[in-house]
Design a protein around this ligand. Structure first.
Ligand code: GDP
Length: 452
C-alpha cells in the first residue's frame, strides 16, 4: 500500500462547465475537508455527494460538489475524493494548488490507475484497457477496451495458467512419487495431448488478438512507389481532401504526409512516402530513408505502379521489398493507355485504379477489408488481447509451447518439460501483471494522461 495522498485535475484542462479534481490516499478526506466549507467531510457517509465551497482561509475559491468515496470500494481501493469545480483553468488550478499546499502530492501520469493495479483492484490488461478506452477513436476500439476492462480476456488467461499449473502438478507428482500406485501416471502421450490442446486454444487467441490490435490501433498503411505514379493523389482521394500536394514535377512529395480514414469502423492510418528510388538528391534521400523506415513499421503497404509506363528496375526492387509484407499492388492511371505488363507482377493482391474515377478507390478499400478480415471481425465478440506488449508475450508463450511439443516428441526428460511449462505459466502471468518489473510498470503508466 502506498502511503502518500495524490491529487490531480482529471478532466482536460480548458474552459468547460465542470472540471474534476481527484484525490486518492489515506488522507484524501481529511485534506479535502481542510479546504472545504460545508458539511464535515470526515463524518459524511461513503459514496455521497456534498455541496459546499472550497475556501482558502476566508476567501471563497469556488462553489463545488464533493464526492466522498471511502476505501475499499473505490477506483484505487483507497479513500477517494472528487471535487466537481466550475470548469476553467484558473479555478481548477487554484483548487489543485490548495490541495497540494495542504498535504497532497501532485499525481504522476496514470498514477490513479497504477494504484488500482498495485492495490490489486485491476490487473495489467484491465489497466491498459483504461487508457485504450480513453484513446478510442472508433466505436469498435471502444468495444474491445470496455470488454477488456470487464476482465473477460484476463479470465481466459487465468484459465490457461490454471491448466498449466495442473499439468505441472501432475508432472511433479510423477517425478517426486513415482512409486505410489494411486497417482495417475502422466504418460508422454497424455502430456502431448494436453499440451496440444492448450497450444491450439492459445493460438486461436493470438490470431484473434492480432485482429484485435488492428481494431484498437488501426491499420498503419504506407503508400510507396516511384515519384509521379500517383501516391499523393491516392492518399487525397482516400482522405477526401487536399492534404498532400499533388503536382506533376517528379519528387515533389518530399516528406511524409499522413491522415486517418475510417474503413467500416476500423481506423486506417495512411502515410504517403517520398518516392523510394536511388537518388543523390539529399532532401529526397532523407525522405527515402524515412520511407524505408515507415515500410518496416507498416501493417499494410500499398505499392503504386503506373499503368501508363512499363515496369522498370525501381518497380521491381519495390515489388521485391514488399514480398514478405501484407501488401496491395495498386496499378494506378488505368484511365490511360496500358503499357505495363501485369503478368510480370508477382503478387496476388492487385487492384487496378485511377484517381479520376472513384471506383478504383472503392476496390482498394474492399481489398483492405478482405486482407484484414474486417467483415469477420464484426462477427466476433471483441474479446481479445489488444496491444503489442500483450500479444508479444502470448506469442512467446506459444513458441515455448512449441518447444515443449518438440521436446515431448524427442522424449526429453519430464523434468525438463516441467521447466518449460513453468516458464509458459510465468509468461502468461506477465500479460495480466502477476509478475512484473518496476521499470515496466513505470514505463507503462507514464503513457497515461494526468489525473487518470
Ligand atoms: P506521387 O509523386 O506518386 O505522389 O504522384 P502524384 O499523386 O503527385 O501524381 C503525379 C501526377 O499524376 C499528377 O499530375 C496527377 O494528377 C497525375 N495522376 C495521379 N493519378 C492519376 C490517374 O489515375 N490518372 C491520370 N491520368 N493521372 C493521374
Amino acid at each position: 500500500m502506498v502511503n502518500d495522498t495524490i491529487a490531480a485535475i482529471s478532466t482536460s484542462l480548458g474552459v468547460g462547465a465542470i472540471s474534476i479534481v481527484r484525490i486518492s490516499g489515506k488522507d484524501a478526506i481529511r485534506i479535502a475537508n481542510s479546504v472545504f466549507k460545508g458539511k464535515n467531510l470526515e463524518e459524511v457517509d461513503s459514496h455521497t455527494i456534498n455541496y459546499g465551497h472550497i475556501v482558502d482561509g476566508e476567501e471563497v475559491i469556488d462553489e463545488v460538489l464533493v464526492s466522498v468515496m471511502k476505501s475499499p470500494r473505490t477506483f484505487t481501493t483507497e479513500d477517494v475524493v472528487e471535487i466537481n469545480c466550475h470548469g476553467g483553468i484558473a479555478t481548477t488550478k487554484k483548487v489543485l494548488e490548495l490541495l497540494l499546499l495542504n498535504g497532497c502530492r501532485l499525481a504522476e501520469a496514470g498514477e490513479f490507475t497504477k494504484r488500482a493495479f498495485l492495490n490489486g483492484r485491476i490487473d495489467l490488461v484491465e489497466a491498459e484497457s483504461v487508457m485504450d478506452l480513453i484513446n478510442s477513436k472508433t466505436d469498435k476500439a471502444r468495444k474491445v477496451s470496455i470488454n477488456q476492462l470487464g476482465g473477460k480476456i484476463s479470465g481466459t488467461i487465468r484459465n490457461f495458467r490454471q491448466d498449466l499449473l495442473e499439468l505441472l502438478a501432475s508432472i511433479e507428482v510423477n517425478i517426486d512419487y513415482p512409486e505410489y500406485e494411486d497417482i495417475e501416471v502422466i504418460t508422454n502421450e497424455k502430456l502431448c495431448s494436453k499440451v496440444k490442446d492448450i497450444k491450439e486454444r492459445l493460438n486461436e487467441i493470438v490470431t484473434l488478438s492480432e485482429n484485435g490490435r488492428i481494431v484498437v490501433d488501426g491499420i498503419k498503411t504506407v503508400i510507396i512507389g516511384r515519384p509521379n505514379v500517383g501516391k499523393s493523389s491516392i492518399l487525397n482521394r482516400m482522405l477526401d481532401y487536399d492534404k498532400a500536394i499533388v503536382t506533376d514535377i517528379e519528387g515533389t512529395t518530399r516528406d511524409i504526409i499522413e491522415g486517418d480514414i475510417n474503413v467500416d469502423g476500423i481506423l486506417l492510418h495512411l502515410v504517403d512516402t517520398a518516392g523510394i528510388r536511388n537518388t543523390s538528391d539529399t532532401v529526397e534521400k532523407v525522405g527515402v530513408d524515412r520511407s524505408l523506415k515507415e515500410l518496416d513499421e507498416a501493417d499494410l503497404v500499398v505499392l503504386v505502379l503506373n499503368n501508363n509506363e512499363e515496369l522498370n528496375d525501381y518497380d521491381y526492387q519495390l515489388l521485391e521489398k514488399i514480398k514478405d509484407k501484407t501488401a496491395i499492388v495498386a496499378i494506378n492511371k488505368c484511365d490511360l493507355d496500358n503499357k505495363l505488363d501485369k503478368n510480370s507482377i508477382n503478387n496476388q493482391n492487385i487492384v487496378e485504379i485511377n484517381t479520376v474515377d472513384l471506383d478504383g478507390i472503392v476496390a482498394l478499400k474492399d481489398k483492405i477489408k478482405e486482407l484484414f478480415n474486417l467483415e469477420e471481425l464484426d462477427k466476433g465478440d471483441y474479446n481479445y488481447l489488444s496491444n503489442v506488449r500483450q500479444i508479444t508475450l502470448a506469442k512467446t508463450a506459444l513458441n515455448v509451447l512449441q518447444e515443449v511439443e518438440e521436446g515431448l516428441k524427442r522424449d526429453d526428460p519430464v523434468d525438463l518439460i516441467g521447466i518449460d511449462i513453468k516458464r509458459i505459466w510465468e509468461i502468461l502471468g506477465e500479460i495480466i501483471g502477476e509478475n512484473y518489473s518496476d521499470e515496466l510498470i513505470d514505463q507503462l503508466f507514464s503513457q497515461f494522461c494526468l489525473g487518470k
